[in-house]
Design a protein around this ligand. Sequence first.
Ligand code: SAM
Length: 273
Amino acid sequence: MDLHDFKDVAENYDRYLDVMTENEKSHEHFQEFYYELAKKYGEGGVVDIACGTGAVLLYLAEKGIIADGTDLSEEMCRMASDKASQMGLNLNIYPADMTKFDSGRKYSLAIIARSGFMHLPTPILQKAALLNIREQLVDGGILTLNTFDPFPPHQAVQMKTGPDDYSFRLEYVNSDGKKGKIYNAISYDPVSQIMSGNWKFETLDDDGNVIDVRIRPVTMRQTYRQEMMWLIELCGFELVELYKDYNFEKAGDVSAHNLIWVLRKKCLCQKYA
Ligand SMILES: C[S@@+](CC[C@H](N)C(=O)[O-])C[C@H]1O[C@@H](n2cnc3c(N)ncnc32)[C@H](O)[C@@H]1O
């Protein structure tokens, strides 16, 4: 099980993510970015893969674009579906692995927002996901996903981080109205390019005493930009654009914290396997 498979994480995801991203410049216009892509490319149907609690999916629905949603985590899907029902929307949201899902229809736009792709821990699974998503797209269909440019100074710190070297991340108010604190201890293995470790969730009482502690594991893989370029080509996609933020600013050649890839399914007679 990974972080997002836990009920308590799914129930509080929106709450701590709001705090995590509220002052993050690189996160500005996150939802609008996907709305713009959906208007441009989504006429033939949109799917939000690794949709989480529906940050993109529900924003699109509010704006009149009805997308399907899928996520590996049943708990995240449940939260997204509950929120959709509360909004009076009947959306097709279902649990599935992006390496295998098949909703029985084709889409002109597939979205993997906010690092869903980085949760695939091996190049084999990344390839399986891209090939499967390719199958779900119409010819010329668009896939957008994001990665981080691996940053050696962070890698160096994480290579020295042990399982109990927790760093404070943020404080938030949980779904029961109680104060919560989040810490994490994430280490990096340069051979597999995997970041793994734990998030620690503390719940506090009104006097600030810790009354509950939950440890939740997480694994993500860092992918180098050039590695991603080869993977894209291998799986029958071509690069349309590479952005460094949600304001459609092009990434260029300098290192970027967030890289947002916009890829097009190449129409080839060649069969990919
Ligand atoms: C950081 S969350 C992002 C959620 C959402 N896209 C958002 O923007 O809030 C990453 C999501 O990827 C999902 N995920 C991880 N591995 C997956 C897989 N193999 N197939 C589908 N979803 C996956 C997790 O369950 C989690 O909900």
